[in-house]
Design a protein around this ligand. Sequence first.
Ligand code: ADP
Ligand code: ADP
Length: 226
Amino acid sequence: MLEVRDLSVKYGNFTALHAVSLSVQPGEIVVLLGANGAGKSTLFRTLSGLQRPAGGTATWKGTALTGGKPEFNVSHGVAQCPEGRLLFPELSVEKNLRLGAYVHRQDRAGTERGLEQVYALFPDLIAKRVAPAGSLSGGQQQMVAIGRALMARPQLLLLDEPSLGLAPLVVEQVLAAVREINAQGVSVLLAEQNAFAALSIAHRGYVLESGHITLQGPSPALLGDD
Ligand code: ADP
Ligand code: ADP
């Protein structure tokens, strides 16, 4: 499981995360709800080994994720799909996906199997294999970004605001794919601003406000009364 305990992150004198504690059990989809600037990306960068915490711990199946070596985290089963997708827009869809496997040192057979799985999950991408990633719609680019993270064959997927800037119907499509990824055995920590969309697929969630976890519980409880 993912176990985050009293994790604090500072940028200079500014504390972006205040002793954050949360967990993701194997098989769960857990949503992290928070407005812009709450600290969602900071948490994800820390869990990806890109940002050193000022205090606290974060482990996946007992292995510390905070050593500051992103490749280590990926090789131990934790992959991030960053906010804003961060594709190489001039490279083809398939090259972007292959880069995911290359960076994560998959062998040839693993790469081909990974591609098959990504195309099975996102059939819309099959016709776009050789198209420059930058020419795709926002929703399709998000699919490529998720696919690229899956090429690392993660056990835990950190998904940072996949619905950002997408139309509601496209958001549903992306979240349906997340549910399918989860059904295939991948645990998911999903950061979102939009409570309704995210909670529809999550088992549990946390609310993050100005770097503090202020609420946690099963999905319906987080929607509140009004
Ligand atoms: P979210 O992903 O929830 O929008 P972020 O983690 O990006 O939130 O940001 C949390 C807070 O930390 C914000 O106040 C933001 O301005 C600040 N912040 C984020 N990254 C940096 C950075 N590299 N240097 C300084 N402040 C940062
Ligand atoms: P890295 O992630 O490569 O370590 P930084 O920590 O400098 O780089 O920045 C991480 C991300 O946060 C970047 O996308 C950067 O543009 C953004 N960022 C930097 N400073 C701030 C800030 N004060 N508020 C919000 N976002 C910031």
